[in-house]
Each structure stands twice: as C-alpha cells, then as structure tokens.
Design a protein around this ligand. Sequence first.
Ligand SMILES: Nc1ncnc2c1ncn2[C@@H]1O[C@H](COP(=O)(O)OP(=O)(O)OP(=O)(O)O)[C@@H](O)[C@H]1O
Length: 753
Amino acid sequence: MNRQAHADAERRGPAVAEAVTDFVQRLRADRNNRALRLSFLRQAGNNGDLYLARADSHCMVLLLSTDGGDEMRVLAVRDGARPRDELARLTVEINPVSGGVEVVDQSEVSANVVALTERAIPLFAGYGNRTLVDLGVVPSLLPALDKVTTEEQLDELLTRNLPELTRDVLLALRNRMDPEDVRRHITDQWRADDQVNTDDWARAAQRAVSQAETDDDAVLDALGRSFDAWRLFLHPEQHRIASADFRGSAKVTGGPGTGKTVVALHRVRHLVDRLPSGHTRPVLLTTYNTNLALDLKERLRQLGGEDLLRRVDVKSVDALAREIVQESNLNVGMPLDDAAAMELWHTVRTELDLLDYDADFLDAEFKHVILAHRCGSWDSYRRVTRAGRPRISTGQRYEVWQLVQAYRAHLDAARRTTYALIADQAASLEQRRMARVEEQARYKDELGGLDLVHREAGSGMWLKPRYQHIVVDEAQDLSASHWRMLRAMVRKGPNDIFLAGDAHQRIYGSRVVLSHHGIEIRGRASRRLTLNYRTTRQILGSANRLVEGETFDDLDTGSDTLDGYRSVLTGLAPQFWCAPDRRTEMRAVATLIRERHDMYGTPYSAMAVAVPDGASAQEFAHVFVSEFRLPVVELGKDGARSDIDAVRIGTMYRFKGLEFQRVFLTSVGEGQVPHQRIEQYKVTNADRYRQEEQRARSLVFVAATRARDELIVTWSGRASRFLPPNADASAYRTTDLLKPDEPPSGSSGSTAA
Ligand SMILES: Nc1ncnc2c1ncn2[C@@H]1O[C@H](COP(=O)(O)OP(=O)(O)OP(=O)(O)O)[C@@H](O)[C@H]1O
C-alpha cells in the first residue's frame, strides 16, 4: 500500500478497508489467482505497469507492478458507481524531489476546485513553475494550480487526497513562508538520498516514501483494525530520526503535536529490533508522570504488540527512582505527595518566621539549585551559581539554607521523604553502581577479557549496566537528579540516550543543561520536527501567539524557536467567550458542551475543560452536574482512566501530553491567568516575575495545543493579558447564549480574536 491508497481506504470507511485488506492477502497468496481479475491498464514507464483489480463488488484498486510483476503496490482505491473510470484517469508519476510514486486525480481537482470562481491572478503566480516543482509540488498539478485564484479554492484543493509533500509545500507558501525556508524545513526533509530518475519505477516503488513504513503483516493487521496512520507512515524526517544511528545521545525537539512521542515509540521499536532476542528488558522508555507512562505503554502495544512490550521497561522517572531506592534497602519512608510537600514548606517558614520566602520559591530552590548542584553544606550552597533563578543576597541564601535544614529535619523525624529526594538518592546509587560496572569492565580488559570468576565470587555480584538504551519523552520537565540517574543507567556509547521534548511546554521543571550531566546532544544529534499532526492551523495560530516573543532553551546551552512550525489541518477558528461573572461562565461552558453533544454528536468523553486550579475544577464539576446533569470525570494524576462517556475536567497541568477533540480553556481572565499572586514580584523581584509569567504562558500553551478540532476560550471579567488585545471587545457574550427566550447558540461565537 502507498500512503495515498491508505488515505483513500480510510476515507471510504471500514467496509472498503476490509475489502482492500482481503484483496492484498489474496494477491500475496497467489498473484495468478484469476478471481482477482487483474487487468492491464497501461505502462507507467519502461519498467513499471499499471493494473486494475476488483477488491469486491463495489470497490476497485489501482496497482503498480514492477520487477516483472514480482512487486505489486496498491496506489489508489475507489468505490461507488464508476470506480474503473475513476482509477483509469488518475495521473501516476514519480516526484523528482522525493523519488516517491504519487497520484493525482486531475478531473476531481478540476471539477471541484478549479471551476469555482472567475479567473483572477493565480494564488501562486509569484513563484513560477520551476520553483514549485523544485520545492516538491507534483508536476502534473501545475496546470490546475495555475487556475487557483482564491484561498477557498486552495482549501478545497487541499481537502483532496494530494501527495503529502505537495500539500505541505502549498500550505507553507500560502502561509507566506519564504521559499528558502520551505526548502529547508520541508523539501530537504523529503529529498531522496540518491539521484532521482523519474522513469525508474522499480526504484521509485521501493523508496520508503512510496510505502507503508512497517512490514506487510503489520500493515494488513492495522489496516483491518485501525487507521492510526502514525503506526504505518512516518514523515520522512520522523523516519530518519527514529532509525538513525547516533554516535552517542540524541534529541528531538518540536512544537506540540509534531509527533515527538510517535518518533520516540518508533525509536524504541527500532532499537529493540536490532538487539539479539532474549528475555530481558534492555530498553527503558520513560516519561514525566504515571499517566503519561500508561499512555506510552498502550501506544507501544499498538505499535509492536506484546512481543515488543516484553523487551521494554515503560515507567515514569519517579517510579523508576523509587524502585532503585527500594532495591537498595535504604529505609527512607513513604514519599509525601506534591501537595503535602508544599504544605511542609509552609510549616517551616512559619516556624522559623521567615515569611518572605513562599513555598513555591523554596520548593524550586531546593530542587533546582540545592539538589541539582548537590549542595551538601552551607558552604557549597553559598558558592553555587544559581543561573536562571531569581536573584537573592548571601544573607537571604543563609536564611533559605536554614529553612531547607528545617524541612529535612521534619521529614527525617516523621520518617517521610519526597519524590525529589528519592530521585536524588537514586541518582547517587546509580552513579555508584555504574562506577563499579566500569571498574569491573576495566579489570576485565586488563586481564585480556578473561571472565571474572574469582572477582565475581569476591564481590558477590556480576554487574551490568541497567539498560542498553534509554528513550525519554517529555524531557523538558525532568530534573537534574533524574538526568543524573538516567545517565548512570546506561553506558556511554552509540544510541545510549534518546530524548524527546519541547521547552515551550515546560511546566514543572526548570532549565537543565544536559551537557552538564554528561549527555551531549549538540550538532547532528539534535533534530527538530516542525509539522503538526494534531491541531488545526487556526488553533495553532492563536496558541503560537501565546509564546511569541519569549525565549526558550533547547534543553542544552542554546535556544529553541518554533520557526517553520505549521499544520496541514484546517478547521474552525478558536472561539472566544466572555462572561460578566464566574457562574455565567460555567453555565455557558456547560451549554456549549451540551450543544456539541446533542447537535453535532460529539461524545462527552471527546471534550475536556481546562481550569487553572483544583478549586475551579470542583466548581465547574458542581455546576455541570447539579444544574445541567452533564456527566463529568476528573482528569487526575493517572488521567481519566475510565471509559465512561463523560466530560473531562482538570487543571491545565493535567492536559500535558493528552489530546481531545474539543478543548474548553476556561477562566482565562486577568487575575486568574497568570494568577494575581505573581503581581507582588513585579517590583520586588523582576526575575521571578518574568519566570512565573513565562511558566503561566507555557501552561496555557500546553492546554490550548491539546485541541484537535476546536478550541473554545472563556473567561469572566477582563480577558487575560495572554489573550489578543481586542479579546474583550470582540469576544462573543455568554449572556446572549444564555438568554432564556432563545435557543442556545454556540456555532456563531466570535472568531475575531
Ligand atoms: N506521521 C504521522 N502520521 C499521522 N499522524 C501522526 C504522525 N505523527 C504524529 N501523528 C499524530 O499526531 C498527534 C501528535 O503526536 P504526538 O503525541 O507524538 O506529538 P508530540 O510532539 O509528542 O506532542 P506534544 O508535545 O504536544 O505532547 C497524535 O495524534 C499522533 O497520532
């Protein structure tokens, strides 16, 4: 199957998919089976022929045959009244840039697109045919493109099943991306490694861009059961990263929804495939929290089944750290949860009467300075560089040190610990363990590779590195202790650590420079994805404005941007609703949800409501249930691990890594987002003010980019400073929505902002 045939089948629904699956199986079993009714259509070129075949009584396929019939590829699928005619008229050609086999339905394009409006200046007139083809536009589309004069025509054209590279290039140009940037961000990623011969069909059919990425059995299996395209087709850049050979560690960054997790999963499969078979788990796949780890496990199962899962340890970094500490028999006590750990900071600052330092600050100082730099004494804390942290004097440092000592004393007395302390201990344990591994290896080398029989007996243990490869998702939120631990779990060498992350989405951690922890990811080991597969362009446009103008790191010493970040999906513009008060806001959101469920058939479980804090979550849930009888389920630490059809409600933090069809981003009023408590730092502590504001921006950015089809932003009072300047004036009024004498309306909300 090639990519476009897959999309054809996907569009036509499960019955067609099943027929095609069945056809491919029969074809594979016996190409000469007369029941397949293969009929020669025409030569594609001198070493490729096109055939038609009937998959069932309604549906036909177009096939490319190369190597004298040894290789057969399904290029297109049609059903309906005249599938044979429709398939016969398709243009099939080899793209001169990517070398892939591409299909264009010229008559569909001209009938639906080109005949739309009167002739005016073509939209792409400024570029010239040569440039368009050089950028990757399929040459046979040029005459039709020449007639596209309006954005609407282009939108219509893009809904056709065009070759991916063409679609992507046209969208980027229409978004006014500079052709040089298009070349860099898009064309070069699809460019074939070798010289393309547009007459060599045998070679073209073999190229990765012409076919499903997995082996045939998996394709068929997936085609029959599910259409998760990511399991089958990676974008060439995703593919390159997932299967590359790196000299050491490597990193992939990219905006939300660009498929970083997808690449991480394929990377895991690639690494496992290259290891000798066995019963151990030589690969670790880890991420920030349990909820995300569960999700990764499920997606890994979808990708490679139980066989793959058996070779991989999938767990959150904190769960992993806890196991390490438990394994060492250190009796450290139960960890406090995040809220209790924060409460303890409140206790000690009150006890020591040092109320100038709030719990958030102390917690961050402890994790991101004291533990990160392993400050074991006042002297080492006094001298440590606190890069990126709000400035404080030496006197203030001393007070903070006293608070930290009191905090630790409380924990010791209660025989409790925290996750941050566990990570720190686990890192030290693993570093010691790795030192022993290295020492044994050195000893073995000195003995000329002899086995360490006597040595093992002496030490009682034969140590090996914990893992051969480590893959990390949501890397931007891991702490320095986490990285120290991970670094010590795998020996330095080719493909040791692979990490995926995006500093724009950092909401927990603080900046960590990975090279300071022995993880070198500069130069070619650093890749970036730019094509969003989740969110429509309209939603991205609004979300991107949230982080525009801020600077973000690249998980190392450099900086990262969202240059070239784009989406091929189009849809509704985000809606903005403002309410006079909080209760009206909640009632309006409930009304909009009900409307989407009753009128558009959206399941409740595909809709999620993001709020700034836990108390708001309770409030919304109460109004939804008591006044509207809406089913709701809280998005907790472990996600909404329930299949019931209920609206998901959770703090913006809980939205990390997830996606929903419709997202309601609520309470985005001034004073709530960012929270008004940060105002106190505006004059007294400008650094801290800037950091808190940036974190709040990232949080809204994360929540907004979870939306697949629709984003609805609501607030009461004045709009947050993060929203566009005209938001209050142009937003739709919730009071209109709730007028008792009119039916609720949600489809005509303001999109001006
Ligand atoms: N090559 C692809 N083809 C089709 N769909 C894809 C592809 N790559 C990713 N996707 C889809 O895009 C969505 C986002 O992918 P993924 O979760 O991997 O992105 P991410 O970069 O990790 O996002 P975030 O940073 O927001 O968590 C998912 O629905 C995924 O299935």
